[in-house]
Design a protein. Structure first.
Ligand code: KIV
Length: 287
């Protein structure tokens, strides 16, 4: 398998998902058009209205309310404990914080594995109560019936393949698709998700050559995380990208800021001011 150069973006950059002139809400049709143009685009996670508004204003076209909120926002060790109540509550906040981005809500572990009817009930809740514009679920073949029913019901579905963190207890956190058989399975899972009507596929922690081959084989976009440069889009967990996550971050993450240090410095400066009697000063005081 070899990496193939992506097609050149069209000259009409006014329609671009990122950097385009459009101000209306992005739709799944815009996402499909970006694939046809060969445009590469960014996706970030968000778990609250304020952060989502920053990303929306920065022009991020797709925001994922990921179940990574479990580890990155709610203090769980994994994504597994995240509930529908938590997902609905935080997804609604993210939607309120955005005007342009397409907001995708994750279906958490246990909210769709029982079958298509359970998936439809919970996806409907995210669409109606939280106002998300699409949902994401993990698994190719194993989640096909769910994907088909949601799509039939008019709910756009983003599929998630490769490393699927909700299966951490069986899979661990390792690169997927390294053997010929696993690569073949990933490719057929991706095609099955596309045939079932998914509008995009996340590829997490798979070899770059395989991710590029999947990308060439599909007419829907692939969104890579730890999947090399050959996918149509790239997603990062925002707290990793902005350097807020404590401890070790995955090697595939690029850190664009060090918010943990900046916030810690701000908190320490405030504490010093208070303990030294320098805050509040006259300009912060009413008489
Ligand atoms: O939950 C999440 O943040 C995700 C991304 C890593 C794709 O699923």
């Amino acid at each position: 398998m070899t990496l193939q150069a992506a097609p050149k973006p069209s000259a009409d950059s006014s329609k671009a998902l990122y950097g385009g002139k459009g101000t209306r809400r992005i739709t799944v049709h815009d996402i499909a058009a970006a694939k046809a143009r060969g445009e590469k685009w960014p996706m970030l996670t968000a778990y609250d209205a304020m952060t989502a508004s920053v990303f929306d204003e920065a022009g991020i076209p797709v925001i994922l309310v990921g179940d990574s909120m479990g580890n990155c926002h709610l203090g769980y060790e994994t994504t597994v404990p995240v509930t529908m109540d938590e997902m609905t509550f935080l997804s609604a906040a993210v939607v309120r914080g955005t005007q342009r981005a397409l907001v995708v809500g994750d279906l958490p572990f246990g909210s769709y594995q029982e079958g298509p009817v359970q998936a439809l009930r919970n996806a409907t809740r995210l669409i109606k109560d939280a106002g998300v514009h699409a949902v994401k679920l993990e698994g190719g073949e194993r989640s096909l019936a769910q994907t088909e029913l949601l799509v039939q019901a008019g709910i756009p579905v983003m599929s998630h393949l490769g490393l699927t963190p909700q299966s951490v207890n069986t899979m661990g956190y390792r690169v997927q698709g390294r053997t010929d058989e696993a690569a073949h399975r990933l490719l057929s899972d991706a095609k099955a998700a596309q045939d079932a009507g998914a509008f995009a596929v996340v590829l997490e922690l798979v070899p770059a050559e395989l991710a590029a081959e999947v990308t060439r084989s599909l007419h829907i976009p692939t969104i890579g995380i730890g999947a090399g440069a050959g996918t149509d889009a790239q997603v990062l967990v925002w707290t990793d990208m902005a350097g807020l996550t404590g401890g070790k971050v995955p090697r595939f993450t690029k850190q664009y800021a060090n918010l943990r240090e900046t916030l810690g410095d701000a908190a320490r400066a405030f504490a010093e001011d208070v303990s030294g009697g320098e805050f509040p000063a006259e300009e912060h005081t009413f008489h």
